[in-house]
Design a protein around this ligand. Structure first.
Ligand SMILES: [Zn+2]
Ligand SMILES: [Zn+2]
Length: 387
């Protein structure tokens, strides 16, 4: 039996819970900034198993990725070209192997309501997702969850744009192919989703279909694309816990991701110093409770790039232009300060313009990307992890 004191304590604690403000969600601590490795790759590649490809066996793609030093790739063939059975086509191809490049399992989910890419560290029953492509979104979401895969909206503003609810996806292809200007509307959709509380990772994908012909006689009209749009245009960087396929998929889901026009361009890392001690303690993709105090942000260009270049950093806050800065050519960094609202959601992301670093393996990609060098995922405040 409860003592009178215990009874009072029980009543008090339950009334405290009921009266607690519900505005700020419970947010787990930010993961370590030090434990991990940056991995670069491409999340949207078509091999010969897609009927609209040419001269592109898997071996050609994988050798290219190995020679260019990529860490991971996803070969994402159109599932409708093999009646949903990518498992016995793209994944069982004897060429589907590499000693140095992590190969994700996936496909381009190719439906009448648009396209999405599926990513997994291990084989899964893709046919189940293919079979529900014309069902209601809630049913599709249930199948996706039961498969344990990552689903991503493809080329959301272009032809065959993703026409399903964004509640069923974990990421969005904000940078499709080296042709940067066609992605402007994808960025608008991304910002709308972010503003509405969806913590959706932005990623890249070359959507390349065409390999270099082995002989001039094998050339087709689209073969010219092989010199401009192939593995790494753009390149998606992931800060993964370790060098494994699962860590790549997890990083993609968590948003510790940035995208560069090509692998020889620098990578932009957006970090924030929450407590003002001069040490950066969160990065893009991370979500923290806003304290109501000013926060210093740092955008840093890392690796590659043009020596001595000053890159133009445009900061987007909650979908609006917040400010523009140039990186210090000596350190590659630009800093800014702002106070995220103590109540309600805030996010900051950056877009980087500047001189395009040549990608000698794909000499015609540069001109298509223009000045667009890189973009970060957002740093988030007060986003509800359970949303
Ligand atoms: Zn597509
Ligand atoms: Zn595609």
């Amino acid at each position: 039996m409860l003592s009178r004191l215990a009874f009072i304590a029980l009543v008090l604690s339950s009334s405290t819970v009921l009266a607690a403000p519900v505005a700020t969600p419970k947010i787990p601590p930010v993961a370590s900034l030090g434990e991990g490795v940056w991995l670069k790759g491409d999340l949207h590649i078509h091999s010969r198993h897609s009927k609209d490809s040419s001269n592109n066996p898997e071996a050609k793609i994988i050798r290219f990725a190995e020679n260019a030093g990529f860490d991971y790739i996803a070969i994402t063939d159109h599932d409708n070209h093999v009646d949903g059975d990518v498992a016995h086509n793209s994944w069982t191809d004897p060429e589907f192997k590499s000693k140095s490049v992590l190969l994700l399992y996936g496909a381009e989910w190719t439906t009448d309501r648009g396209h999405g890419n599926v990513f997994s560290a291990k084989p899964y029953d893709h046919k189940r997702l293919y079979d529900v492509r014309d069902e209601r979104d809630a049913k599709i979401l249930a199948v996706k969850k039961s498969l344990g895969v990552h689903l991503s909206a493809n080329h959301p503003s272009g032809k065959d744009h993703f026409g399903f609810s964004y509640d069923i996806v974990d990421s969005i292809e904000v940078w499709n192919s080296p042709v940067w200007p066609q992605n402007a509307a994808a960025m608008l959709i991304w910002d709308d989703m972010l503003r509405s509380g969806r913590k959706l990772t932005g990623r890249g994908g070359s959507d390349s279909h065409h390999g270099v012909p082995d002989t001039p006689a094998q050339a087709v009209a689209n073969s010219i694309q092989a010199t401009a749009d192939y593995v790494g245009t753009p390149t998606t960087w992931m800060f993964a816990k370790d060098r494994s396929g699962q860590a790549v998929v997890d990083a993609l889901t968590n948003g510790r991701v940035s995208v560069s026009a090509n692998p020889d361009d620098p990578r932009v890392e957006l970090r924030a110093d929450l407590d003002g001690d001069g040490q950066m303690d969160m990065m893009m993709g991370d979500n923290a409770k806003a304290s109501g105090k000013p926060v210093t942000f740092q955008a840093k260009m890392v690796g590659g790039g043009i020596t001595g270049a000053a890159y133009h950093i445009k900061v987007v806050k909650n979908g609006q232009d917040f400010g523009a800065y140039y990186t210090d050519p000596a350190t590659g960094t630009a800093s800014f300060t702002d106070t995220p609202a103590a109540q309600g959601r805030t996010y900051y992301r950056v877009v980087v313009e500047g001189p395009q670093t040549p990608y000698p393996l794909l000499p015609n990609s540069m001109a298509l990307s223009g000045n667009m060098v890189a973009l970060s995922n957002p740093v988030f405040f007060n986003f509800d992890p359970k949303f």
